[in-house]
Design a protein. Structure first.
Ligand SMILES: *[C@@H]1O[C@H](CO)[C@@H](O)[C@H](O)[C@H]1NC(C)=O
Length: 206
């Protein structure tokens, strides 16, 4: 009886110590190249507590009245190879986060205010108002937008099924290129003066 208990305890201790082994994760060495399987691992003796924490920097401003604070593998090096990441999204009153996709699934978790989240598909749009404490799922590759539909600044955290998710804005794809205004107008059903204005605003040419 006692022997069985001791054996079980030994098995438990060895399995938990195995799970806590430093070699079970691979903190990114950002000096090396990125690859589909992630960055190379930092030597274990150079891993620090800071590698597991996301400190919000000054944020990145994007139109329209949005600030994002990424917590990807570039900021939190321990996300390397884990297939997840996160970020904070702040939208000022009246602002909106333009139509975009990620190469990742997303869950958006509201922490303050209210956002209206629209997911666009070829046949239907799925639109939800989300308030503090609620969350919304945005499946991989679907075009979506966020609008601050409340009376104050809206704040959410987004989580992604990728350690390094891209944000591919539709406005950049359509208007930040050097394809001629005539061709963009013809292939988007927009008027040329509108295409010229959008190319000028978003850094496109021709
Ligand atoms: C657009 O840019 C590419 C390089 O990115 C260049 O090869 C091409 O000639 C440019 N086209 C025009 C119409 O300027």
């Amino acid at each position: 009886m006692n022997t069985i208990v001791i054996l079980l305890l030994c098995a438990l201790v060895s399995s938990t110590s195995h799970a806590a082994n430093l070699q079970e994760f691979c903190v990114a060495d950002l000096k090396g190249p990125d690859s589909p399987s992630g960055y190379q691992c930092k030597p274990a003796n150079r891993v620090t507590a800071q590698d597991f924490k996301c400190t919000l920097g000054p944020g990145i401003s994007i139109p329209d009245n949005v600030k994002i604070y990424p917590c990807t593998v570039r900021q939190v090096h321990s996300l390397n190879g884990l297939g997840i990441s996160a970020g904070r999204v702040e939208i000022e009153k009246g602002g909106s986060f333009p139509v975009h996709t990620h190469a990742a699934n997303e869950i958006l978790i509201m922490v303050k205010g209210e956002m209206t989240v629209g997911i666009l598909t070829p046949t239907r749009a799925f639109v939800n108002r989300v308030k503090e404490g609620e969350l919304v799922v945005i499946p991989d590759a679907l075009q979506h937008y966020l609008v601050n539909s409340g009376n104050e600044k809206a704040v959410a955290y987004a989580t992604y099924s990728s350690p390094n998710p891209r944000i591919d804005f539709l406005y950049q794809i359509l208007f930040a290129n050097n394809v001629s205004t005539a061709t963009i107008a013809q292939t988007t059903f927009l008027e040329e003066p509108q295409v010229r204005r959008l190319k000028a605003r978003f850094g496109g040419t021709n």
